[in-house]
Design a protein around this ligand. Structure first.
Ligand code: GLU
Length: 502
C-alpha cells in the first residue's frame, strides 16, 4: 500500500456503542496498525435531536477498555481538529455553496406538509415518491423557480434545504474492497438533503467533507451505510476530490442467524450487547461485557471473528497477532452470526493467561468473605482453580472450601463416599497426617499413598471420604494441594467433623 493510511471511526453519540460499532472500530484499528497508519476518532454529532449526554465519553472509555485507543481525535493529537462535527459547523456551508455554484446541488423550499402530500398522492396511485430527476422540475426549488424568486425566498428567511442533484441515466461503477464491483443505476437515487436551513449539514455532506479534510484514505464501516455509497462517490466527483477506498463490513446477526443483532436482543437473550455497562440519562441500565466479567482480550478476539477469519484453523489471537494477520480481503460479505457461547469459550482461554496475583486481587475485592485473607494465599488458590473458571465470578463456587470449612455435605456424595469402614480409615489417615512434620504436598502424597499401597486398600475408599471431609462434595482440585493450603490443623479438624457426622 503506497498511500498514507488514515482511517476513521465516526460514531454518532446517540447512546452507548453497540458491539457492532466496537467491531467497526476494531477493524479500522487493525487496518491502520497493519499499514502503519493512523486511527482517527470523529464524533458525528450534527443531529442535535439525537444527542445523548455521556455517549461520547462512553465511546472513548469503551475503546480504551478494549485496548485500541485512537491516535487522533477529540483532545488527542488534534492535527486535523476539531474532531466533533458540532465544532466544525462553520466549515460546511461553503461546500454546500460550492456544489450549488457548480450545478451539483440546489435549494429546495418544499415544506414538510407539501412533501407529505406528494408522498400520499403517489401512494394513492400505487407509486413511491422520490425527489429526483423524475419530478424535481415540478417541485418548489431553485431548478424550477426563477433566480429572483429564489433570491427573494432566501432573503425573506424562508426555510430551505440544499439537495444534491443526482445524475440521470447513468450507471455508476462502485468499488468495495469486501464486496467487489457494484453497479448502480443513478435513476433510482433520490436528491438527498445535504444542508438544512438551521445551518447544519446532514450526515452525508459533513461526512464527505470531513473525510476529505482529514485525509482519510479508507472508509471502513458497517453494511448499513452501503446504500449511501453511490451518493458519497458522486459527492467526491462533484467536488473533484479523490475518493477514499471503501469497505462495508457485514452485519452481525442474532444467535439464531436470522436478523440483525439489536440492542434489545441482549436483554431478551441474556448476554450483553455493549462493551461497558450503560446507564441512560433516564436511569435504565444495560449490561456490559466488562461488568459481566469478560476480559478485554476475549472481547477483542471474538469481535475480530465476527466477519473476519484468518483462513486457517487458528482462533486465538491477541491484538498484536490480529494486527499482523488482519486483511480486509478476508472479511466476508455474508452476515456474521453472533455466538454468545463462543464468547465464553474465549473468556475461559484468556482467564488462563491472566496474572494470578491480579486475579487474586480482583477476587478479593469481589468477595466479601475474602476481605481479611492474605492475597498471596488467594493467589495460590486461584492458581489451582482457574482452569475450571470462565469468570472471576466462578471462583467462589470453585474454591470456598479453601477459606471456610464445609458446613454441610452433599447428600449424594455422602452416600457414595461413606462405607462401613470409613470411620476406621479416616481415623488412620488422620493419624498419618498428624505425624507429618514437614507438611508439604509431597510429604502428604508419599505418606498417604504409601500407606494405601502397603495396606492394599482401594484408592477411592480413602480419597472419596477425604475429599468429602475437606470440600463437602466430591469436587475440587487435588486433595493433597487442598490439605497443604488449608494446613494441618484445619485438615485434621475437617476429618474430625466428618467422622462425627458419620
Ligand atoms: N456517523 C455514522 C455512524 O454513526 C458514520 C458512518 C460512516 O462511517 O460513514 O455510524
Amino acid at each position: 500500500m503506497t498511500k498514507n493510511v488514515r482511517v476513521r471511526f465516526a460514531p454518532s453519540p446517540t447512546g452507548p456503542l453497540h458491539i457492532g460499532g466496537v467491531r467497526t472500530a476494531l477493524f479500522n484499528y487493525l487496518f491502520a496498525k497493519k499499514h502503519n497508519g493512523t486511527f482517527v476518532l470523529r464524533i458525528e454529532d450534527t443531529d442535535q435531536n439525537r444527542y445523548v449526554e455521556g455517549a461520547e465519553q462512553y465511546i472513548i472509555d469503551a475503546l480504551n477498555w478494549c485496548g485500541f485507543p485512537f491516535d487522533e481525535g477529540p483532545n488527542i493529537n488534534e492535527k486535523f481538529g476539531p474532531y466533533r462535527q458540532s465544532e466544525r459547523k462553520h466549515l460546511y456551508k461553503q461546500y454546500a455553496d460550492e456544489l450549488i455554484a457548480s450545478g451539483n446541488a440546489y435549494y429546495a423550499f418544499d415544506t414538510a406538509d407539501e412533501l407529505d402530500k406528494h408522498r400520499k398522492d403517489h401512494e394513492a396511485n400505487g407509486k413511491t415518491f422520490i425527489y429526483n430527476w423524475h419530478n424535481r422540475l415540478k417541485l418548489n426549488n431553485s431548478l424550477s423557480l426563477s433566480a429572483e424568486e429564489v433570491q427573494n425566498k432566501i432573503e425573506t428567511g424562508e426555510d430551505y434545504v440544499i439537495r444534491f442533484k443526482s445524475p440521470q441515466d447513468e450507471t455508476l461503477h462502485l468499488k468495495d474492497i469486501i464486496r467487489g464491483d457494484i453497479k448502480i443505476d443513478t435513476n433510482i437515487l433520490d436528491d438527498k438533503v445535504l444542508f438544512k436551513s438551521d445551518g447544519m449539514p446532514t450526515y452525508h455532506l459533513a461526512n464527505i467533507v470531513d473525510d476529505h479534510l482529514m485525509e482519510i484514505s479508507h472508509v471502513i464501516r458497517g453494511e448499513e451505510w452501503l446504500p449511501s455509497l453511490a451518493l458519497h462517490v458522486l459527492l467526491y466527483r462533484a467536488f473533484n476530490w479523490e475518493a477514499p477506498e471503501f469497505a462495508h463490513l457485514p452485519l452481525i446477526l442474532k444467535p439464531t442467524g436470522k436478523g440483525k443483532l439489536s440492542k434489545r436482543d441482549g436483554d431478551k437473550l441474556g448476554f450483553p450487547v455493549f462493551p461497558l455497562e450503560w446507564k441512560s440519562p433516564e436511569g435504565d441500565i444495560s449490561r456490559g461485557y466488562k461488568e459481566d466479567g469478560y476480559f478485554p482480550e476475549a472481547v477483542v478476539n471474538f469481535l475480530a471473528f465476527l466477519g473476519w477469519n484468518p483462513g486457517t484453523e487458528q482462533e486465538l489471537f491477541n491484538l498484536q497477532e490480529l494486527v499482523e494477520a488482519f486483511n480486509l480481503n478476508k472479511v466476508n460479505k455474508a452476515g456474521a452470526r453472533f455466538d454468545p457461547d463462543k464468547t465464553k469459550w474465549f473468556n475461559h482461554h484468556y482467564m488462563q493467561e491472566q496474572d494470578n496475583l491480579k486475579l487474586a486481587e480482583a477476587f478479593k475485592n469481589h468477595q466479601e468473605e475474602l476481605k481479611t485473607i492474605d492475597v498471596n494465599y488467594i493467589e495460590m488458590v486461584v492458581s489451582l482453580v482457574k482452569e475450571r473458571a470462565t469468570f472471576i465470578n466462578d471462583f467462589w463456587g470453585l474454591s470456598h472450601f479453601f477459606f471456610t470449612s464445609p458446613s454441610n455435605y452433599d447428600e449424594k456424595a455422602f452416600k457414595k463416599a461413606i462405607k462401613d469402614d470409613t470411620v476406621e480409615i479416616l481415623t488412620k489417615v488422620k493419624s498419618i497426617i498428624t505425624h507429618i512434620d514437614d507438611f508439604t504436598v509431597n510429604a502428604l502424597q508419599t505418606d498417604i499413598k504409601g500407606w494405601i499401597t502397603d495396606n492394599n486398600i482401594g484408592f477411592g475408599k480413602i480419597m472419596m471420604p477425604l475429599r468429602l471431609a475437606l470440600v463437602g462434595a466430591l469436587q475440587g482440585p487435588d486433595v493433597f494441594e487442598i490439605m497443604f493450603l488449608i494446613g494441618k490443623n484445619e485438615t485434621v479438624k475437617r476429618i474430625d467433623n466428618l467422622i462425627e457426622k458419620i
